[in-house]
Design a binder for this molecule. Structure first.
Ligand code: ZN
Length: 523
């Protein structure tokens, strides 16, 4: 037995050798680890088991899309349906999250406006549908992405808008608030122009992509933290190509982000579990819920240049106004205006806007003023007030959908207006703008005459009437703008020339204290 035992346990037995070797190795490992217990563990061993338990789940989503957050991971999240009276069928839902009432109210307002604008802008409107999903919920931020389907006589198109909500300030923000400023949005626009496509090899048309809020209304981050910019079907390429998007890598995009944008990125790159907003919002008394901040929002362009003061006696201002367009050659006029740093006002008519939407977008992006010159150019004084309202409302909606801009000015065709038109204009927040210099360009169709009448009629405060649908007026534009430049005029928008205007009131020029001001309704 003993011998057998001894024999079995003999140190030269292969099994014993292995056991001894293992014990020795274990001792070495223990010896090796012991000092580490007293100092910091090596960096690559640090996260190991404890961090795995604490780490949030990874963010979900595709590289070319915005992060997707399951609403079930947001405590108490539900939804509401937009109320809509009459007109085309509207089916819109939006999220309701406990303690985020300002977000709910904001979404209800924005979506109601979108639905109305779709209906007003589309004579062939058939239906408007929209659904929501969340693209961030964490770090005091909520991202809501709306996907809408607009159906009209030409088919169905999908579009996207993404809103951001800061739970600490109770402020909703548009997507452009993720970007630090207008210059950064311009930089982003340049990157997007280079890369935007639909992932199937179809590229967007760079010439129609401008740094304005209506185009950059759906931005967010993919799970890796890259900035994703997405465009509606038909917005920057033919509608058949569908959704267009650009992905700007995290490092490049990082330099363009606002503080909010950087927070949003961080929130969008981690998974969500049991997110909740702990307390009702403390809304600031000054009504910060509109997005707040100083000056115009990123991507919203002001037709008034703060650097120009028309009330300064040393500054001679004139307002060039172009009616009935845009026309096919309006881009040439925009080129000349840009070359000379001159601004103009375009009194656009509905059907040309439908025909040249990208020209409207460009004019806005380049700082010109857009103003309402009716849908079908009727004599408004002969219409019912409902007829006037519906006509003007269509053009307001068309321009709003293209640019995000709500126009402040209108010009009645033929200068024909009356009490009824004035009351509708007042109601809609539109001042009525006539003119003090009539070039009669539509009648003569002669470029030299247009130039002579502009230069002969120009004076400080003048509003000059032209039509950019006539080739001869476009032909005259260089001589007109260079001539005014040489005579020391600053070419400004009507809103810059007039300053604050009163809705409904009639203006013919920007001459201070002119006795005939507001009285020439027969122009
Ligand atoms: Zn006209």
């Amino acid at each position: 037995m003993n011998k057998q035992f001894r024999s079995t346990m003999a140190p030269d037995h292969p099994l014993i050798t292995v056991l001894v070797a293992l014990l020795v190795l274990a001792g070495m490992v223990l010896l090796a680890i012991r000092p580490s217990d007293e100092a910091d563990p090596p960096a690559d061993e640090r996260p190991a088991s404890s961090a795995e338990e604490e780490a949030p789940p990874p963010a979900e989503g595709e590289p070319d899309g915005l992060t997707v957050v399951d609403a079930a991971d947001v405590v108490g999240a539900g939804e509401a349906e937009l109320a809509h009276d009459g007109g085309v069928p509207v089916s819109v839902t939006y999220p309701v999250i406990p303690n985020a009432e300002p977000l709910t109210d904001f979404l209800e307002r924005e979506l109601g406006r979108e639905a109305h604008a779709f209906e007003a802008a589309n004579p062939g409107a058939i239906s408007f549908e929209a659904e929501w999903n969340l693209t961030a919920a964490g770090d005091g931020l909520v991202g809501v992405r709306m996907t809408r389907v607009e159906t009209d006589s030409e088919g169905a198109r999908e579009g996207y808008t993404t809103y951001w909500y800061d739970t600490a300030t109770a402020e909703p923000h548009p997507s452009t608030a993720l970007i630090a400023g207008q210059e950064e949005l311009e930089e982003l626009n340049a990157l997007v122009r280079e890369t935007a496509g639909n992932g199937d090899g179809d590229s967007a048309d760079p010439g129609v992509i401008h740094p304005i809020s209506s185009l950059y209304d759906s931005m967010g981050f993919n799970p890796d933290g890259d900035l994703v910019v997405e465009f509606d079907a038909g917005q920057v390429a033919s509608a058949a190509k569908g959704r267009m998007h650009a992905v700007i890598d995290a490092e490049r995009a990082g330099a363009l982000l606002s503080e909010l944008g950087a927070r949003v990125r961080d929130a969008a790159t981690v998974g969500v579990e049991g997110f909740e907003i702990p307390a009702p919002p403390q809304v600031a008394a000054d009504g910060a819920a509109d997005g707040g901040g100083d000056g115009p929002a990123v991507g919203e362009l002001d037709p008034v240049d703060e650097g120009v003061d028309c009330s300064d006696p040393d500054t001679k201002c004139v307002a060039l106004t172009y009616d009935d367009g845009p026309g096919g050659r309006t881009p040439e006029l925009l080129d000349v205006l840009a070359e000379h740093g001159a601004r103009a006002t375009f009194f656009v008519t509905g059907y040309p806007v439908l025909e040249h939407p990208h020209t409207v977008r460009r004019a806005y992006a380049e700082g010109h003023e857009l103003a309402n010159h009716t849908l079908g150019h009727p004599d408004l004084a002969g219409l019912s007030t409902d007829g006037v309202r519906s006509d003007l409302d269509t053009v307001q909606a068309l321009v709003y959908r293209e640019t995000g801009y709500t126009m402040d000015l209108m010009r009645p065709p033929y200068g024909s207006t009356d009490e009824g038109v004035a009351s509708v204009a007042e109601d809609m927040g539109l001042a009525q703008i006539l003119w003090s210099v009539d070039t009669l360009d539509w009648k003569d169709r002669n470029a030299s005459l247009v130039r002579d009448r502009v230069l002969g009629g120009a004076s400080d405060g003048a509003i000059i009437l032209m039509h950019d649908i006539h080739g001869t007026t476009i032909d005259a534009s260089r001589a007109v703008i260079e001539g005014l430049d040489a005579r020391g005029y600053t070419m400004v928008t009507v809103s810059q020339l007039l300053g604050t205007t009163a809705p409904g009131e009639v203006y013919v020029d920007g001459v201070p204290d002119a006795p005939e001001k507001d009285a020439r309704e027969d122009a």
